[in-house]
Write a protein of this length. Structure first.
Length: 444
């Protein structure tokens, strides 16, 4: 593999984080696929950002052609294995399933997709190049997350020379480093990326494009540059004690246990925020041994950004929620964090939040995990010449992913502000197709 894979699986982590949705056995997959009505208008396909032909791949499973099923899936989504495990299918393909009209369970599309992809990987399947001959045109992809990986695969399958740059030692972005292990194990993320490397995509790690000079050199070497740089660092707790070593942001916490750097914690853990990442961190803390895990949120459960099924999962894990609670300070002793000082919030008639005077109280804890969003990469993006940035997001033509600088394309979180893996894949593929079209037209 062309990647510098330094990851080693940790058995204790695997035991603590078994599959959230276990895979189908062969016969169970056939039975489930037979439930599909093969709708001619396929609302499930329309609901998928990568527009996988859902009835087509399910019908192939039903007929025993599992490899053909996987290939049809991969034709639309090169990171289909990851997406089958991390997509919020309840609000995408499965949410659009016509079975809902008949008060029946929707087809288990995600698990069927995973069944096809697991079989494909187990059999040593390879991605198929659409063009045999190599072309000389070169494209650079900055960042090795889902958007760049999708763009790189699309372009390489068409014969172009592609190099992916990333400052970290492993590819995959949040798929590898930031998705809860019970959803997507790190080893499975890397297994999927291996297929892209085997196409001939070059990966350069420890390669951070830091300044205008580096960009100028890239522009000389490459015909186009795709920006899949994601978002920046997580927001910090701007309060007294917020910089204590026992205050660890959620993505760092998730990364450390996924890489086996953290295998056990204890005591009480406080998570600040109520998005999907906060839920992932809280669930992980529970599984790693914390006796008590609490999520603090300044509004009510009606306002949380986490999906409903994520919220329900956290409650099943034993996570406790404190609504209308705003942390204002982290207190510590020479030993470590001792408590989080909070105030009670109230929501005014106009929707604004106000602190209730004199409502301060303490929550004793041993660790604090902020999960209050990521900052945009404004500093990096501002260095890209003639690149329009609004509210920390790169402005692109949504049909092609091309930026205001015609040499640059972009996709994923740095464009959409932080959506789903499948949205990043769709962005990357769209840009890959557009870049290929431009290059092919120029040499027609």
């Amino acid at each position: 593999m062309a990647t510098r894979t330094v990851f080693q699986e940790h058995p204790e982590i695997a035991k603590l984080f078994p599959d959230l949705h276990p895979p189908f056995a062969k016969q169970a997959a056939v039975i489930e696929s037979d439930r599909c009505l093969n709708c001619f208008d396929a609302p499930c396909t329309s609901a998928c950002p990568t527009h996988i032909d859902v009835p087509k791949f399910i019908k192939k499973i039903a007929s025993g052609n599992v490899k053909g099923s996987a290939l049809s899936i991969l034709d639309a989504n090169v990171l289909a294995a990851s997406c089958s495990r991390v997509c919020p299918v309840e609000v995408l393909c499965e949410g659009a399933c016509v079975m809902h009209r008949y008060n029946k369970q929707p087809i288990a599309i995600a698990r069927l997709q995973r069944h096809a992809m697991d079989a494909f990987h187990a059999s040593g399947g390879k991605l198929v190049r659409r063009v045999e001959e190599d072309r000389t045109e070169k494209i650079a992809c900055l960042g090795a997350g889902p958007a760049s990986l999708a763009a790189a695969a699309e372009l390489k399958q068409r014969g172009f020379q592609v190099t992916v740059f990333d400052k970290r030692p492993l590819p995959g972005g949040l798929n590898t480093y930031g998705v809860a292990e019970y959803k997507l194990p790190t080893a499975d993320s890397l297994r999927e990326i291996k297929l892209i490397a085997e196409l001939g995509v070059e990966f350069r790690f420890g390669a951070e494009v830091k300044d205008e000079t580096a960009l100028t050199e890239l522009e000389k070497e490459f015909d186009f540059i795709f920006l899949g740089v994601g978002l920046g660092a997580m927001h910090k707790l701007e309060m007294p004690g917020g910089d204590h070593p026992a205050v660890v942001d959620a993505l760092k916490f998730i990364e450390d246990y996924k890489l086996g750097l953290t295998t056990k914690i204890s005591g009480t853990v406080v998570v600040v925020g109520a998005g999907n990442t906060a839920i992932d961190a809280a669930n992980a803390a529970k599984r790693l041994g914390a006796q008590d895990v609490r999520i603090l949120y300044r509004r009510t459960e009606d306002h949380i950004s986490a999906f409903d099924f994520e919220y329900e999962h956290a409650k099943q894990e034993g996570v406790r929620f404190h609504w209308l609670t705003q942390p204002v300070a982290v207190h510590a002793s020479s030993v470590g964090v001792t408590s989080v000082e909070c105030v009670t919030m109230e929501i005014a008639g106009d929707g604004s939040l106000n602190q209730v005077e004199g409502s301060n109280f303490q929550i004793e804890c041993d660790m604090v995990i902020p999960a209050i969003g990521q900052s945009p990469l404004v500093e990096f993006l501002s260095r890209c010449r003639d690149l329009k940035v609004e509210k920390g997001r790169i402005v692109v033509d949504r049909a092609t992913g091309q930026t205001t600088n015609p040499k640059y394309f972009a996709g994923g979180d740095c464009v959409n502000g932080g959506r789903e893996v499948v949205d990043a894949v769709a962005d990357g593929k769209r840009s890959g197709v557009a870049i290929a079209s431009l290059l092919e037209a120029a040499h027609a």
